[in-house]
Structures are given as C-alpha cells and as structure tokens.
Design a protein around this ligand. Structure first.
Ligand code: IPE
Ligand code: IPE
Ligand code: MG
Length: 249
C-alpha cells in the first residue's frame, strides 16, 4: 500500500530529462506591473526582469534544453513612451556588453530574430559581435526576439518569395511550407514545443505566429520578475504530461 502510493505519487512529477522540449519560447510579461505595484518606475521592473532572465537561462542551460527564445521587444513595443523604449534598449545593450563575462564557461550561443535594422547602430554592432563570438558554442541556443513581429516576419518572407519568383529562381507551383519556413527568421530553428507567458495574459501578441501551429501553451499569473526556476520546472512537467496529437487520434 505504502510502496504503491509512493510510486504513483512520483509518476509525472519530476522532469524526464530524456523528453525535454527542444525549444521553449517565453513571453516574459509583467515587468511594468511588478514595478508599479512597488511604487517604482517601470524601468526598474525591466531591470529586475533582465536579472531574472539570467537565472532562467542558467537553469535551462544546466537542464540541457537546446533552444530558449525570449520575446524581448515586439514590433508594437515602439508605441510605448520614448523613455521606456530607451530604458529597454539600454538594458539590452548592457546585457550584450556583459554577455562574454556572464556567459563565460556556459557554452551558450546567442542568436537574434527580428528586424534589427531599426535598432541603434551601437546595438546592431554589439548584437553582431556577440552572435559571432558565441557562434562556436554548442550548449543552449539563447534566442532574443528583437523588434520581432510574427506578421512582419511573414510579410518579409512573402516579399522574398515574390522576388525569387520574379527573378525566375522559384516557380509558384514549387512553393510549399518548407519554402516558406526557410525564409523566416527562424529558418535554422525547430518550432517551439512549449510557450510560456507570465503575468496572466493569454494571447500571443504577435509572437511566432507561423511557428506555434502545434505549440503547447502554458500560462501563469506570476509576473516575470517573480517567475522562478521552480515555475519553469512546473511548466516543463506539465508539458511532459500532455498528450500531443498533431491532428491525429
Ligand atoms: C514585458 O513587460 C517586457 C517587455 C515588453 C519588454 P511589460 O513591460 O509588458 O509589463 P506590463 O505588461 O506592462 O506589466
Ligand atoms: C509582449 O508583451 C511583448 C513582449 C514581452 C516583448 P506586451 O506587454 O507588449 O503585449 P500586450 O501589449 O500586452 O499584448
Ligand atoms: Mg506587458
């Protein structure tokens, strides 16, 4: 009786390291509310959020996850007050400048998806430097979605396909899902298997629209700065206990 009880209690309550989601996408939402509730400026929430991101990245890397993509700045986030946009951009710059020191020995590779041409020259240079210097790493792929929008990504892919057709390099009848996927920012990456959004919001906000066709969604009311390794563990266990059917039975 005791043994039986103990056995069944363990089932599905720990992470199965052999069945980890290969790609986890995260919408780290709620930084602003976290700060406002404490009577602090929203930028303080973003700073706290950036610190928390490092903890979660470390956790995922140690666990052996292959890809983690963070929605760091959306194409719609430009509509925020300039002061807040500037604060977000300078946090990003700071993160990238310290990346070598912070990531040393971690074997993490940094990638970026999104249209970075609208970011400052300084940021663009720093992004290229970090992406280049971590290229040889074989551990976690840490992906930042910057000035990323799913619709923007799809429109860009369509434009490139149209150019290829116009240039005689592609025939309309040869366009398939593969042709399309290869022209997205994520062309080299597997689709996310698990998408986590914090702060109680339950929408995609234009994140990985094409790629999330069969992604499992997991939500928590916790604000991003309060999201812990334990919450991450809970999300992964929940994912592992789901039945993914992909249209089958
Ligand atoms: C998410 O937190 C961080 C970014 C958009 C970069 P928010 O700034 O959206 O926080 P809330 O949703 O206003 O609380
Ligand atoms: C999504 O959060 C974008 C990022 C976390 C970067 P938002 O806070 O911008 O999304 P909405 O406006 O609540 O949909
Ligand atoms: Mg938000």
């Amino acid at each position: 009786m005791f043994l039986f009880g103990r056995k069944s209690k363990r089932k599905g309550k720990e992470i199965d390291k052999n069945r980890l989601p290969v790609h986890i996408a995260i919408i780290p939402d709620g930084n602003g509310r976290w700060a406002t509730r404490r009577g602090m400026p929203r930028s303080a929430g973003h700073r706290e959020g950036a610190n928390n991101l490092k903890n979660i990245v470390k956790y995922c890397n140690n666990l052996g996850v292959t890809y983690v993509t963070f929605y760091a700045f959306s194409t719609e986030n430009w509509s925020r007050p300039k002061e807040e946009v500037d604060a977000l951009m300078s946090l990003l710059l700071e993160f990238l400048k310290n990346a070598d020191k912070e990531l040393e020995g971690s074997n993490i590779r940094i990638k970026v998806i999104g249209d970075i041409s609208r970011l400052s020259k300084e940021l663009q240079t720093e992004i290229k430097r970090v992406v280049e210097s971590t290229k040889v790493n074989t551990g976690l792929n840490l992906v930042f979605a910057l000035n990323y929008g799913g619709r923007d990504e799809i429109v860009n892919a369509v434009r490139r396909i149209a150019q290829d057709v116009q240039g005689g390099r592609l025939r309309p009848e040869d366009i398939d899902e593969e042709t399309f996927s290869r022209r997205l920012y994520t062309s080299e990456m597997p689709d996310p298997e698990l998408l986590i959004r914090t702060s109680g919001e339950k929408r995609s906000s234009n994140f990985l629209l094409w790629q999330s066709a069969y992604t499992e969604f997991w939500y928590t009311d916790k604000l991003w700065p309060d999201f812990t390794e334990k919450d991450m563990e809970e999300a992964i266990i929940d994912f592992q206990n789901r039945n993914r059917r992909f249209g089958g039975i």
